[in-house]
Write a protein that binds this ligand. Sequence first.
Ligand code: G1P
Length: 294
Amino acid sequence: MIPKVRKAVFPAAGLGTRFLPATKAMPKEMLPLVDKPLIQYGVEEAIHSGIQNIIIVTGRGKSSIEDHFDVSFEMEQLLSSKNKKELLQVVQSVSEMTNLAYTRQKQALGLGHAVLQAKELVGPEPFAVVLSDDVIDAGVPCLRQLLDVYDFYGASVVALMEVPKDQISAYGVVDAEPISHVAGGDRLYRIRNLVEKPKAEEAPSNLAIIGRYVLTPEIFGSIESIEPGSGGELQLTDALKHLLRSRPIYGYKFEGSRYDAGDKLGFLKATVEFGLKRHDLGGPFREYLKKLTL
Ligand code: G1P
């Protein structure tokens, strides 16, 4: 029987240098998209995908993430004394959302290293990894789409997206062969090779890895076996390449829109589009945008 995925790991110890100066004293995971911090979108995606146990890998200066998902006693007191029931519910729903565990990455030594810090909390079972910079708007949550593939094959699955050649070197890139799949249409691939941040002319394809993974626990041994790669960091992509020697890995070109919210332009695009979709703000926001002279 294929074991169920019950846990999701959220690496959140990165320094967020792409978003300075906002991220000088504030975690990039707490940047608000309309009115929710980025990491909450990822946590909600995991919950809507059926995962209840969230493991956040934090680092120095990240305590506001823990505070955000904790009970806010003073805030709740104030809102209930003023009879602000709807806001009270919003605040309480965040702390009641899910089971959270935290572990620390003492040094920012790469995504592979961040995932490795969760080894003890994950244990010998499959798990998901969610990079909260990658905000994905989809009918069926992106992680659920990957879990459907995992539930069928019992092997690791990464989210894939086609990316223009001039941007490909910002990503992990796969060499992959399309395979047919009952539920997956033409979106499923079997991975043949992976390269972290290749030069555009050396990229094996235009299929980039996006920040959603379902991994089998053997990945921890692979992370422990590899050497630092791109940027001198322990890369998850390199660990997947190591895992590929002994296990199959699948890629799934997910359905949905992805925003790189860790990048200033990507964040602005996400803000506009999420704002327009909000039933409470979308109407007046659209009217405002229409009046702008562009
Ligand atoms: C990370 C991964 C990379 C992946 C990307 C997706 O890179 O290392 O393989 O394509 O996330 O967002 P980062 O953006 O942290 O440099």
